[in-house]
Design a protein around this ligand. Structure first.
Ligand code: HEM
Length: 419
């Protein structure tokens, strides 16, 4: 691969960006580049019945939509699929509220995730990474995702939220089934191929949500009897509107945190490993002073991987973006990955630069819904690579097996050989 080029193949410029299959060969960068250059506010059809959404692909517009919750509400859903009112009500989490309800709910969990508090988790996470690496690296040849990446964020999250760590494996399995609801490796109820109507009131229309709900009920029962200083107890005892969360609200909140905190960071780590493998010169430079270089390197890995590819809003009024008229009720989808590769943002977005500073990427979104776990994700990516590079002198990666999803840029398997 040419020096410092991030993606050898940018894909088909005419790729269907709605199709889950498109993403099996990676993010369709060429198609999004074409959108940014030719039609940055583009109407994308979803079928033959006139349904569709506005694809917002430029950095400045993603910011404008994300920050203006009055014109672009999250309350009509944050995924491209349209939901009926009963589905929305049953599945509503923190993410599908606008202020002031959103502000009250977010205040419940925010204190556990501030950068200052998250710093106090660093030593524990470093120990966890050390333990896992020391066990797995001697294998020499292994699947990086199942042996390492999949293990780390969930085990940290369990500690933080207050879930026994020995349950982490089943939580990952349920999380995989839910967020990967378009991939046959993880679920028989493939969202765009199988009738999932009987699960329409569950998160991600997934039967796995029943399992995670049952689990959340058990944990709630235990904590009500024996409160602890953890996020679960906070959620159960809080009264954001003068009354406690209902059982369903608690279960949806619990599910959101377990899925959002696990199914994102681990894929970032896997993408990061591929970038490092493809850019040995930059890694050699980073190694000269690992700690000094790791903050900038982490931001560049986060930008380039941009694992959460989009979220959706809905226009509340007739309006316009970049002069393009938008009608009240239209779906407006902000594509973070595209925004991170916008030449209005960076002169050289398709170059990996582990020393990039400043790095104004939008991987964690912006506005009221900006990622709650951003500081935690940053810490996990940084500490992981510091520990990995300090133990491994050289390594090779094989072909990644990618997730079938237009939503999460995931890597299911990644062969690694330690040299
Ligand atoms: C690299 C890893 C991660 C990425 C790329 C990512 C991405 C995002 C993005 C783009 C949003 C904004 C959604 C919107 O505007 O509608 C978001 C929100 C959120 N993230 Fe993350 N996230 C990551 C890690 C985490 C972690 C570790 C947690 C831990 C609990 C987490 C929990 C959440 C929650 C709860 C929200 C909803 C916040 C709200 O609606 O107020 N995320 N994330």
């Amino acid at each position: 691969m040419a020096r410092n080029v991030l993606h050898a193949d940018l894909g088909d410029p005419n790729a269907d960006i709605t199709s889950h299959d498109t993403y099996l060969s990676g993010f369709p960068h060429a198609a999004f580049k074409r959108f940014r250059e030719e039609s940055p506010v583009a109407w994308v059809e979803e079928g033959d019945d006139g349904a569709g959404f506005w694809a917002i692909t430029k950095h400045a517009d993603v910011i404008e939509v994300s920050r203006d919750y009055k014109r672009f509400t999250a309350a009509r859903g944050i995924r491209i699929e349209e939901m009926a009112d009963d589905e929305l009500d049953a599945r509503r989490t923190l993410m599908e509220f606008d202020p002031p309800d959103h502000t009250r709910l977010r205040r419940l969990v925010q204190p556990g995730f501030t950068p200052k508090v998250v710093t106090t988790y660093e030593a524990a996470f470093r120990r966890l990474v050390g333990l896992v690496l020391d066990e797995v690296l001697p294998l020499g040849d292994f699947d990086f995702v199942t042996e390492i990446a999949r293990e780390l964020p969930i085990r940290m999250l369990c500690r933080l939220v207050g879930v026994p760590e020995e349950d982490s494996s089943k939580l990952v399995t349920w999380g995989d089934q839910m967020i990967s609801n378009a991939d046959p490796e993880y679920t028989p109820v493939i969202i765009d191929k199988v009738d999932s109507d009987e699960y329409r009131l569950l998160p991600f229309r997934s039967p796995a949500a029943l399992e995670i709900f049952r689990y959340a009920e058990e944990i709630a029962l235990q904590r009500r009897q024996y409160p602890k200083d953890d996020i679960i107890t906070t959620l159960l005892t809080a009264e954001p509107d003068g009354k406690p969360l209902t059982d369903l609200e608690f279960k949806n909140f619990f599910t959101l945190m377990m899925v959002a905190g696990n199914e994102t960071t681990r894929h970032t780590i896997s993408h990061g490993l591929i970038y490092l493998h493809n850019h040995p010169d930059q890694v050699a430079e980073w190694r000269r002073d690992l700690e000094a270089g790791s903050e900038a390197a982490t931001e560049e890995i986060l930008r380039a991987s941009s694992v959460t590819m989009h979220f959706r809003r809905t226009a509340t009024e007739d309006t316009e973006i970049r002069g393009v008229p938008i009608t009240a009720g239209d779906k407006v989808v902000v594509w973070y990955t595209s925004a991170n590769y916008d030449t209005d943002l960076l002169d050289d977005p398709f170059t990996l630069n582990l020393k990039r500073d400043p790095n104004p990427h939008i991987t964690f979104g912006t506005g009221r819904h900006v990622c709650l776990g951003a500081a935690l994700a940053r810490l996990e990516v940084r500490v992981f690579f510091e520990e990995f590079l300090s133990r491994v002198a050289d390594f090779k990666v094989g072909e990644p097996d990618r997730l079938r999803s237009n939503f999460i840029s995931g890597i299911k398997h990644l062969p690694v050989k330690i040299l």
